[in-house]
Ligand binder design. Structure first.
Ligand code: FMN
Length: 167
């Protein structure tokens, strides 16, 4: 896997920390999404929850990547879970650019013990090819490091699978 991009949204820094670690391990580019919305404080929390529940699509600024998005072999997309869904800025990013991405993997962070794997299916609706890898992590919870490493192993193995009919 040669060219990988990590792109994410983070309101309070938990997804950001995890995506930084992942990008550091993979030695790849890391870009934060910006929708220009102030999501701080209780008002920001409520607005974010409402937008996620209503599947609102706040316009997201074009991510400042070194190459066009379609040039990356894999784009790893990080989002916090909001009201059981992916965050509104990430949904906007997927709607705007999802179809141009060659291959995707997902990282979701959450505050509870629920895994929210259905969020992966929601995100798959915006891309051409189902996800190549995905992980759901509650940052700082027991086992979170293990699941991060499992995800990294899965990402590193993408494209290295043996053909069905060798030789
Ligand atoms: C509006 C809102 C809704 C949330 N809904 C959920 C939820 O349904 N389930 C959950 O486990 N955590 C939920 N959380 C917690 C976040 O998913 C969790 O703290 C996440 O790691 C925060 O990531 P961030 O620091 O990158 O923003 C919610 C947080 C916000 C702001």
């Amino acid at each position: 896997m040669s060219e990988i991009l990590c792109v994410y949204y983070s309101r309070t820094g938990r997804t950001e920390t995890l995506m930084r670690e992942i990008a550091g391990e993979l030695d790849c580019e890391l870009v934060k999404l910006d929708d220009g919305v102030d999501r701080s404080g209780l008002g920001g929390w409520l607005n974010s929850g409402r937008q996620a529940m209503a599947r609102k699509l706040p316009p997201v600024k074009p991510p400042k990547t070194k190459r066009p998005l379609e040039d990356y072999d894999l784009v790893i997309i990080g989002t916090p879970v909001w009201a059981g869904r992916c965050s509104a800025p990430v949904r906007s990013f997927l709607l705007e650019y999802g179809e141009t991405l060659r291959q995707v993997a997902y990282v979701i962070t959450r505050g509870s013990d629920m895994r929210y794997e259905e969020v992966f299916d929601q995100m798959d609706m915006y891309v051409c090819k189902p996800r190549a890898a995905a992980v759901t992590i509650r940052p700082n919870a027991v086992g979170s490091t293990f699941w991060r490493q499992e995800f990294l192993t899965a990402v590193r193995s993408i494209g290295k699978e043996k053909p069905d009919h060798a030789g």
